[in-house]
Design a protein around this ligand. Structure first.
Ligand code: TXA
Ligand code: MG
Length: 319
């Protein structure tokens, strides 16, 4: 099975099948949250370990709240600005969320995807959908229907919604209220930047601290992830030269005669949009290797999501 129509996608999901769906970030491998067999299928198809929790996709705030035992008030503000969109919110879950989804945590990650086909499908279905990115575990996330087909050799039904506009996954955010201050933890940088979150909350009369937390709280966000088929070499404020090539060859223990540069577009927005597509395209030639230079200007917050992916995808980093 490969490309399916919207109607077929709805029917398959109703029956408890897994279908790859378009979102604005990356394609997701979706299944209904009220079927444990379906949830297990998602993990099996992805070859994903059970310690990595799934994000639940909803079409409305009401549907999001129906999954939670408590609702951090600050989420209303964030949702008013960013939903539908690439922001996943972590909230205490209730019993309607299987521990397969949460990997045994007492929280659930929820987001409302900004894609007309998938939003319409969620409304028709009436059941929230769990969906991790539609790639094999550890691989580059898919941003087109063709990428999904490459990942699973046509064994998965795909609803084609065109190329993803954002190109990297959603920002994952948890919130805790303590001493009158909201502590906002970015567990994964993504489609919504820190500056956007700050700007949204600045006008509201609340105290908040926004920070990045790299911890086991986002257990699936492993050090090594998003790997392209060809080895990726990250050059921190360095250019590709005889010396850097020799050092990379030493670390990879293979010659790099076909290394090509990944040239990032000028804006972080555009770079995010093409990043995973470029990982795949540049991996195609025989014996390919990819190198990418991070300039000083790209150390800024705006580039956080793009370089989070590149750093994790890199097989070699030369500082
Ligand atoms: O943009 C996206 O978020 C895409 C599209 C398909 O929606 N989905 C996606 O899912 O990236 P996935 O499974 O590849 O990544 C989910 C991330 C993982 O890093 C996981 O650890 C984190 O979200 N996550 C999910 N539930 C969590 C929870 N309850 N607490 C902390 N982190 C959670
Ligand atoms: Mg993923």
């Amino acid at each position: 099975m490969a490309i399916v129509t919207e109607k077929q996608a709805v029917n398959l999901l109703r029956q408890g099948q897994v279908v790859a769906l378009p979102t604005e970030t990356v394609y997701g491998l979706a299944g209904r949250i009220d079927s444990e067999a379906t949830l297990r299928k998602i993990f099996a198809i992805k070859q994903r370990p059970f310690f990595d929790p799934l994000i639940v996709h909803v079409h409305s705030i009401a549907q999001a709240k129906s999954l939670c035992s408590q609702w951090p008030e600050i989420f209303d503000l964030l949702i008013a600005n960013f939903w539908p969109g690439p922001l996943t919110l972590i909230a205490p879950k209730n019993a309607s969320v299987s521990s397969i989804i949460s990997s045994g945590l007492d929280t659930v990650g929820i987001r409302c995807p900004d894609h007309p086909l998938t939003l319409a499908l969620l409304r028709t279905l009436g059941t929230p959908l769990a969906a991790p990115s539609a790639n094999r575990f550890g691989h580059t996330s898919p941003t087109t229907a063709a990428h999904v087909e490459e990942e699973f050799a046509q064994s998965v039904a795909v609803l084609d919604g065109g190329p993803c506009a954002v190109g990297v996954e959603s920002t994952v955010l948890a919130a805790e209220l303590s001493d009158d201050t909201w502590w906002l933890k970015i567990l994964r940088p993504g489609g919504i930047s820190r500056a956007q979150i700050r700007d949204c909350l600045k006008g509201a009369n609340i105290k908040f601290e926004l920070f990045r937390e790299e911890s086991s709280a986002s257990p699936g966000h492993l050090k090594s992830h998003y790997k392209p088929a060809a080895p990726l070499i990250l050059l921190n404020q360095k250019l590709w030269s005889k010396e850097t090539q020799a050092e990379a060859e030493k670390q990879l223990q293979r010659p790099l005669n076909n290394a090509v540069e990944l040239r990032l577009p000028e804006t972080p927005h555009e770079a995010a949009r093409v990043l995973f597509e470029e990982f795949r395209r540049l991996s195609l030639p025989k014996d390919a290797a990819i190198y990418v230079t991070r300039s000083a200007a790209q150390n800024g917050e705006d580039w956080e999501a793009v370089f989070d992916r590149i750093v994790r995808a890199a097989s070699v980093t030369l500082i």
